[in-house]
Design a protein around this ligand. Sequence first.
Ligand code: MFK
Length: 206
Amino acid sequence: MAVDEHYNEHGGFPKFETAKVEPEYGELIEALRRVQDLAVSVDMPADALKAALAQTQQLVATMEPHVVPERKTPAGRVPRLPGRGSLLMLPWTVEKFDADGVRSRGVFRRFHLGGNGAAHGGTLPLLFDDLFGLTQHAYGRPISRTAYLHVNYRKITPLNQPLVVEGHVDKVEGRKTFISATLKNEDGELIADSDALMVQLLPGQQ
Ligand SMILES: CCCCCCCCCC(=O)SCCNC(=O)CCNC(=O)[C@H](O)C(C)(C)COP(=O)(O)OP(=O)(O)OC[C@H]1O[C@@H](n2cnc3c(N)ncnc32)[C@H](O)[C@@H]1OP(=O)(O)O
């Protein structure tokens, strides 16, 4: 791989910068994920519901004064944390980040449930799309936008079982980066695969 001569030209994208956070930040994000797990799992009596509502309203009041613009929040900018500290991203951990590919490991959790014990189909493109962004970044390509993303669902995606996703750049043609990835279980069985086209932004493009 040769680092692209236009690497620093990210169209309208600013340069990605990692964030430094207090130790409690990662714990807070994990606690909020646990709340999400519970929110889709519980069936509470009225008094428990009222207590949970009051506590949640209190939490909102604590957090609300600290809202900042997109690139000021550490969410999504702490690579060592699962999901880079973003509540949107799958809470997976990157274990390989090289020009020849990116690998990430984790589980789909209760709050990713679609039905009948399987992860919601829409959570897989989220996993793949984020991996593709990292993959083209690791390859040395400027930050690009996904033009298309195709997923083949080969097997049911289980919850709470360690899985591994791995992607690599297949080819580059001008502004276009073609990337593919597989999602497997720890026995090496293929659960899904995906391929995508990412297009480098032109100056001023968002
Ligand atoms: C470390 C942190 C990393 C963070 C990374 C963040 C990455 C975020 C990735 C995303 O998820 S972005 C969100 C989802 N994607 C979008 O919202 C993209 C919306 N679409 C667009 O903005 C534009 O359509 C796009 C920039 C992708 C392309 O528009 P352009 O007008 O700049 O390009 P154009 O349409 O001229 O296409 C350029 C080339 O790509 C080809 N192309 C574009 N869309 C295509 C498509 N859908 N299928 C096949 N080919 C396509 C097109 O044919 C052409 O090929 P050639 O150069 O060979 O002629």
